[in-house]
Structures are given as structure tokens and as C-alpha cells.
Design a protein. Structure first.
Length: 372
């Protein structure tokens, strides 16, 4: 395929591939069985997010924040039919550039990608390879050292993406895999966009040898016959996901992700714990219930306690949760925030919706010199 012109995009793509080892985190969405990949240059902390899921935005933002990364790009391997991309949300949160195959002509895409483009983040880079067949716009992303490939739905672990809708074509997919993926080194690690049986990664060598659809010397006729007789039902979200993904995941009304707490600047950690800053709690104490879950002896210990805080030790919280009022939000505090995190989870399970861990606990409170 002809290399795409890159003169007007030199700041985004087209630099020579780097040799730095890429940091990779594999994330999973259980509803759609989608793998999302966070890649980063460990030195510059510049990052790329591949195939993010709209509903997992809070999780992904938390991981990016906790790892201290600067998100430069959100990339989609293809126009997904089983989930809505989180690319537009990530742009709102981080100002990241949205990349997707040019052939789709999707709205709100900043970087229409074509075969041969190179995406650079820090000293790392990804080579764009067109691998159509599952859809006509499928892309795979290969690291500069050819040790990793993010194959979307083109090549799966012991499988391949279905070819019966969205301009899919089994013959095209066979040729894409053979010429663009199976030409990579045997030890190149395959990172797929989906798996429905708990498999995480594979290698090109494994798939070339053992993939029941296209491995073991399978010929084009074998692959095409297999793919044309899968008999799979269409994805349940097909009618919703495809139009949304042709808008890069932007909701039709332009709204952001629903469900964000409105009572305060709550941040969800990657561990799934809602946290609220000590400074904000100090400024809004009259509007909150501060719940101290330490032992009675700790209240008058080295760190003291916040005046007016309600006290229920953590080991009694499940039994005594009914003593708390849900009329005001609850900030849970302990020494460093660890026990309070569990206390927050206990209260959420008990039906308290407006609750958060006081980040850093009393240690952080004293460090900031906040009033007792």
C-alpha cells in the first residue's frame, strides 16, 4: 500500500522509530471482552492508549494519573461494533490526539491514519500497518523493535476477527494476516483487542503454528471456508456502537461520562476507591459527615482527630452503618487512608452513594497543617 503523505504532520507522525523499550499495561472490559492497552515511554512518560472503552474512562484516567503519564494519543484499531470508544472522552480529559483509519472518514478524528505512518511518543514509536478484512479500516500497530504488535480484531489468540459485516472480507483478512502480521518475527508478542476465554497474549510464532483458522499452513480456501461458516449472531451493540465510533465516541448530545459525583471533586483511583482531597474537606466540613474509623486509642494519639468527627471503628462499621445519616456526604478518615478505603467500600456496599476516602488520612491532614 502507498505510504501516506506526512509532510503536514511531522510533529505527530513520521519520525524514525526509536529503540526504547515500551511500557505496556493490558486492561480488560468484562462486558465487551475488550482489551485496552496503555503504552508509555518510561523516560519521558509520554503515552498512547489503544482501544479504550467509553465506560472504562474513569479507570483509565486513574491509571494514567497514578503512573504520572502524559497521554499524547488515543488510537482505535478499527471501528468497533461491540463497544463505544472512549477516545473523545480522553481528549476532553487530556487533550490527546485521536487517531483512527482514514478510510472510515470518521468525525472528530485528529489524525486519520494510513499504512506506513509512524506514531511517535517520547523515544518510542508505533508503525501503522493496514490489516483490513475484519472491517475495511482495520489497523495493527507494531513497536519499532518488532517485539510487540497490537492486532485489533485482525488476529486474535487462536482466532481471527469475523468477516461477515462492516465490509469484512475473509480473503482480504487472510492476505492481511499473511503479509502484514505473519511476516513479523516468531517471538513478536501478539496483543489482541478481544478474547472471550481468558487468554491474554500470544506470539506470531504460536499463531502461525497453532491458530486453527489460519495457522499450520492453512491455505486461503481453508480460511475462507472456515470464516464463512462461523454462524455468529451480530453484536448486540452494533446499531449503537458503529455510529458512535464514527464520531470517535462523542455522545450525540456532547455530554461527558454520566455518573460523576456532583457533591465534591471526588477522584476515583485505579483500585476503584473514591477519594477526596483533605483541603476540600477542611473547607467544607460543615457540609459533610467526617467519619473516623480508627480505634478509640488513636483518636487522642500522635495525629489526633478532626473536631466533630463521628467515630465508628472499622471492625464495627458493618454492624453500625445504620447510625450514619445519608443526608450529607461522608468523608472517611483513618491514619493514612488504607483502612478508610475499606470503610468507604463497606459504606458503598451498604447503600451510601455519597462517600469518599479522605486521601492520605490524618497524616496528610497534619502535613498540610489543617485545623483539628
Amino acid at each position: 500500500m502507498r505510504r501516506a503523505p506526512r509532510l503536514e504532520r511531522r510533529d505527530l507522525v513520521g519520525r524514525e522509530p526509536g529503540s526504547i523499550v515500551v511500557m505496556v499495561r493490558q486492561l480488560f472490559d468484562q462486558v465487551s471482552s475488550t482489551y485496552t492497552y496503555l503504552l508509555a515511554d518510561p523516560t519521558t512518560r509520554e503515552a498512547v492508549l489503544i482501544d479504550c472503552v467509553f465506560e472504562q474512562h474513569t479507570r483509565d484516567v486513574a491509571l494514567i494519573r497514578e503512573l504520572g503519564l502524559k497521554l499524547r494519543f488515543t488510537l482505535d484499531t478499527h471501528c468497533h461494533a461491540d463497544h463505544v470508544t472512549g477516545a473523545w472522552l480522553m481528549k476532553q480529559a487530556h487533550g490527546s490526539t485521536i487517531g483512527m483509519a482514514r478510510v472510515y472518514g470518521a468525525e472528530f478524528v485528529d489524525l486519520p491514519l494510513a499504512h506506513g505512518d509512524v506514531i511517535t511518543f517520547g523515544s518510542c514509536s508505533l508503525e501503522v500497518r493496514a490489516t483490513p478484512g475484519h472491517t475495511n479500516g482495520c489497523l495493527s500497530f507494531v513497536t519499532a523493535d518488532h517485539t510487540k504488535v497490537f492486532t485489533g480484531d485482525a488476529l486474535l489468540v487462536r482466532g481471527a476477527g469475523r468477516t461477515d459485516f462492516q465490509e469484512g472480507d475473509a480473503q482480504t483478512l487472510f492476505r492481511s494476516i499473511q503479509t502484514q502480521l505473519f511476516t513479523l518475527p516468531d517471538d513478536c508478542v501478539v496483543y489482541p483487542a478481544h478474547d472471550y476465554d481468558g487468554r491474554t497474549v500470544s506470539t506470531i510464532g504460536e499463531e502461525r503454528a497453532y491458530n486453527p483458522r489460519i495457522g499450520g499452513g492453512a491455505r486461503e480456501e481453508d480460511f475462507v471456508g472456515y470464516m464463512r461458516n462461523l454462524g455468529l449472531p451480530h453484536p448486540k451493540l452494533l446499531a449503537i456502537a458503529v455510529p458512535a465510533n464514527l464520531r470517535a465516541g462523542r455522545p450525540e448530545d456532547g455530554a461527558t461520562l454520566p455518573g460523576a459525583p456532583s457533591w465534591g471533586p471526588v477522584i476515583m483511583t485505579y483500585a476503584g476507591v473514591p477519594e477526596i482531597a483533605a483541603e476540600w474537606v477542611a473547607d467544607h466540613r460543615s457540609e459533610l459527615v467526617v467519619l473516623d474509623v480508627r480505634s478509640a486509642a488513636e483518636l487522642d494519639g500522635e495525629l489526633g482527630h478532626i473536631e466533630g468527627a463521628q467515630h465508628i471503628p472499622l471492625d464495627e462499621l458493618r454492624q453500625r452503618a445504620s447510625e450514619l445519616s445519608a443526608e450529607r456526604p461522608i468523608a472517611v478518615v483513618c491514619q493514612t487512608g488504607k483502612r478508610a478505603a475499606l470503610g468507604t467500600a463497606i459504606l458503598r456496599a451498604a447503600g451510601f452513594a455519597r462517600v469518599a476516602n479522605l486521601a492520605g488520612g490524618m497524616a496528610r491532614w497534619r502535613e498540610l497543617g489543617l485545623p483539628g
